[in-house]
Design a protein around this ligand. Structure first.
Ligand SMILES: Nc1nc2c([nH]c(=O)n2[C@H]2C[C@H](O)[C@@H](COP(=O)(O)OP(=O)(O)OP(=O)(O)O)O2)c(=O)[nH]1
Ligand SMILES: [Mg+2]
Length: 137
């Protein structure tokens, strides 16, 4: 719990997945979820007792059927959506095994860093997009 607002802060593992050609993998959030219909960097909630590496590995296996081989910290973003607060613990996934597919039926797109601004993201993602473009754009 966040002691100031009393609202629960959700710790989220967010993966900026780099393909061999330098493109970045986006997934479309299913319509019925929070921020549904927007594009996201794949990932999900860190569960009790998990490290960020364990959570990222589990989430990317569940959502994309890939194995995380190497990850490095990119940025931490805290955002208040009103109904919930999120802590986006954002890492670059610099090496992975397998071929990404939308296990849950979600659309995927491999995009260049400069094209990221053409996609609609959740409101919290703006600093992530800037950080990715600074690093890879
Ligand atoms: N994965 C991801 N989540 C994001 C991004 N931006 C953003 O605001 N979020 C928010 C949306 C959600 O409130 C939360 C992540 O939840 P999630 O729905 O991915 O969690 P999950 O995969 O564990 O899904 P579930 O088991 O709860 O269904 O973080 C982003 O770029 N990637
Ligand atoms: Mg998710």
């Amino acid at each position: 719990m966040d002691s100031l607002s009393g609202k629960k802060c959700v710790h989220v593992a967010v993966g900026v997945i780099l393909g061999s050609d330098g493109r970045i993998l986006l997934a479309k959030r299913p319509d019925h979820l929070h921020m549904g219909g927007r594009w996201e960097f794949p990932g999900g909630k860190v569960e009790e007792g998990e490290s960020i590496q364990q959570a990222m590995t589990r989430e990317l296996r569940e959502e994309l059927d890939i194995g995380v081989l190497a990850m490095e910290k990119l940025i931490e973003v805290r955002h208040d959506y009103g109904e919930k607060q999120v802590f986006l613990d954002t890492w670059c996934v610099t090496a992975f095994s397998g071929k990404a597919r939308g296990v849950e039926g979600q659309a995927l797109a491999w995009v260049t860093a400069s094209d990221l601004t053409d996609y609609e993201f959740p409101d919290a993602n703006q600093p992530i997009v800037v950080a990715v473009q600074n690093r890879f754009g």
